[in-house]
Design a protein around this ligand. Structure first.
Ligand code: AMP
Length: 581
């Protein structure tokens, strides 16, 4: 059968997908599925495409073309070296690279493709895309809309009628579409967005902050120096990407500039909170577009059955948070947001080849993992607000960090709880582990970074770091995912307790004490300890330290089965609780 490939011809990046043994997959080369949509001329005057062209963009901007997709359908001429090209011709170089990638993998010639375009593309832009394909030696069997492709990637085998919100935030463009799927037929009901909003804008905001920093510290304006700005842009993007998984990122650029014969080095720590403040206005604008798209499609948030995330910038956690708040349920990102459109194009290509119901291979966590902290639930203050770190349906492996703060001066310890569940109150979720982290004497508000790392085998690694001292604790929970099913919570907890009582599978290092989960302590002790932990932040400072010591005594005594000692310590703790009311 003649192969048909699916192509996502993106503004920043492009990919090619194909169906292998019934499963659609993006074709990688050197472990990379993504090809930067970048065309250039190398020193020898030969055309280069993808990463090679992207890497020379800094050094040879006059010989490199980026974001040609923005010019599709226009009559603009593009100068590259001594020659002039149309946008279709430049796009054809990218398509040729993708075609060759597919041919190498399939070991046969490829001459047919499905190519995706944004839903807002005009006829002229679609026609230009078709022409680009033909120039590249590809017969374009179908042009499909990007949100349609994304919906196909998720829903191709679902027979039910569904309304889906596709939120696509890439490097330089933003679209939101409402898509309806009915009996396998996909219809874009509305589509809106901003052609000039994306991750690049967020990078430039960080660059501006770095330029301010250099100016304040060295009285030097670097904004007009193209090379310095290009270096800052790369560091800014790296930091931005790190901040999607970590609460802080350190930007280091040695020898970034020279002043009075002296080298200037940059070292700047950016927090996620600061970054989020920088991009909040932009993201609020995207939410306004969501409202507009729903209005145009005449659907209410309650009618949206699924939210799909597309584009690298949707990995910024604030995007999911805002969407969840607005629509009322969690967005899906289990198919890599960078590859989702290509996968959908591959699905359509498979359909054109007469294959139906092609699946996609994805490994996701079926559960949310998080911790508990002081906060508010429905406007009411609580000690046990569930803070999700790794959300249900996140693609594995997944890593996520959050920052927490100590409550009071000289706090001796924090109780790090690891829970699984979806309830807003951590007490309603399943306790997987409970770790006491002894701290150095630090003022209230000292940051503690909690890091969760969940791999494909369901091993959940936990690390807590006291940021000021660098002190850390580590723990591993084996089989974090496979231990539970969706049965009744109590049954599940009992089962976990059974497994845990015979466990020897926690790895511990660092200066900390593992408090085994509830099963290890008789419930009367556990209840008292939970009561004490809930009250601890209200207690006078001396009593807090005393309470922590007593809790440790109870645990020590119970672990050593010294029940009298445990009871005596319980009585002491009870007295304090009575006294503080
Ligand atoms: P796309 O156009 O869909 O390929 O998206 C590219 C954009 O996604 C670039 O601006 C990247 O910096 C951004 N991006 C990729 N990964 C992440 C991440 N983990 N967090 C935030 N932005 C990201």
């Amino acid at each position: 059968m003649e192969p048909i490939i699916g192509i996502d011809l993106g503004t920043t990046n492009s990919e090619v997908a194909f169906i292998f043994d019934g499963v659609v997959d993006v074709i990688s080369e050197n472990d990379k599925g993504i090809v930067p949509s970048c065309v250039g001329l190398n020193q020898a005057g030969n055309v280069i495409v993808g990463l090679e062209a992207f890497n020379q963009a800094l050094a040879a901007p006059e010989k490199t073309i980026l974001s040609v997709k923005r010019l599709m359908g226009t009559a603009q001429q593009i100068k590259l070296g001594d020659s002039v090209f149309s946008p279709q011709e430049i796009s054809a170089f990218i398509l040729k690279a993708l075609k060759e990638r597919a041919e190498k993998k399939l070991k046969k010639p490829v001459s047919k493709a499905v190519i995706t375009v944004p839903a807002y593309f005009t006829d002229a832009q679609r026609q230009a895309t078709r022409e680009a394909g033909e120039i590249a030696g590809l017969q374009v069997i179908r042009i499909i809309n990007e949100p349609t492709a994304a919906s196909l990637a998720y829903e191709s085998s679902n027979p039910e009628t569904r309304r889906i919100l596709v939120f696509d935030l890439g490097g330089g463009t933003f679209d939101v579409s409402i898509v309806k799927i009915e009996k396998g037929v996909v219809e874009v009901l509305s589509s809106t967005g901003d052609n000039h909003l994306g991750g690049d804008d967020f990078d430039w905001k960080i660059v501006e902050r770095l330029a301010q920093e250099i100016q304040a510290e060295h009285d030097m304006d670097v904004r007009k120096d193209v090379t310095i700005m290009a270096r800052l842009k790369r560091s800014a993007e790296k930091a931005k990407i790190e901040l999607s998984a970590a609460p802080f990122s350190v930007i280091e650029e040695d020898h970034i500039a020279k002043k009075d014969g002296r080298d200037i080095h940059l070292s700047f720590e950016l927090s996620r909170i600061e970054f989020e403040a920088m991009i909040e206005t932009d993201l609020s604008r995207t939410m306004e577009s969501v409202t507009k798209a729903m209005k145009d499609a005449a659907v209410l948030p309650s009618a949206i059955e699924k939210i799909i995330l597309v584009g690298g910038s949707t990995r910024i956690p604030m995007v999911s948070d805002m969407l969840e708040k607005k629509i009322g349920h969690l967005p899906h990102s289990e198919i890599d947001p960078d590859l989702c459109v290509a996968v959908g194009a591959g699905m359509q290509a498979a359909r054109e080849m007469g294959m139906k119901g092609s699946g996609v291979l994805i490994d996701v966590t079926p559960y949310t993992f998080g911790t508990s902290a002081v906060g508010e639930i429905n406007g009411q203050p609580t000690e046990t607000k569930f803070i999700p770190l790794i959300r249900r349906n996140t693609k594995l492996p997944a890593r996520k960090s959050e920052v927490f703060e100590t409550m009071y001066d000289n706090q001796k310890a924090v109780n790090v709880q690891v829970c699984q569940g979806e309830a807003p109150d951590a007490l309603d979720n399943i306790l997987l582990g409970n770790y006491l982290f002894n701290l150095t004497d630090a003022p209230a508000g000292s940051p503690i970074v909690l890091n969760f790392d969940l791999d494909l085998n369901g091993i959940l690694k936990i690390k807590a770091i006291e940021k000021t001292s660098g002190k850390e604790i580590n723990a591993v929970i084996e089989n974090a995912m496979s231990r539970f099913s969706d049965q009744d919570l109590v049954d599940t907890q009992n089962r976990i307790n059974g497994i845990w009582s015979g466990k020897d599978n926690e790895t511990i290092d660092g200066d900390f004490e593992i408090i085994d989960s509830a099963d290890q302590l008789p419930s009367k002790y556990e209840e008292l300890i939970n009561r004490a932990m809930a009250k601890i932040s209200e207690a006078p400072e001396d009593d807090r330290d005393e309470m922590i010591n007593i809790i440790e005594d109870i645990r020590d005594a119970a672990t050593g089965k010294r029940w009298e000692d445990a009871d005596a310590s319980c009585a002491e703790l009870d007295d304090i609780l009575f006294y503080i009311g």
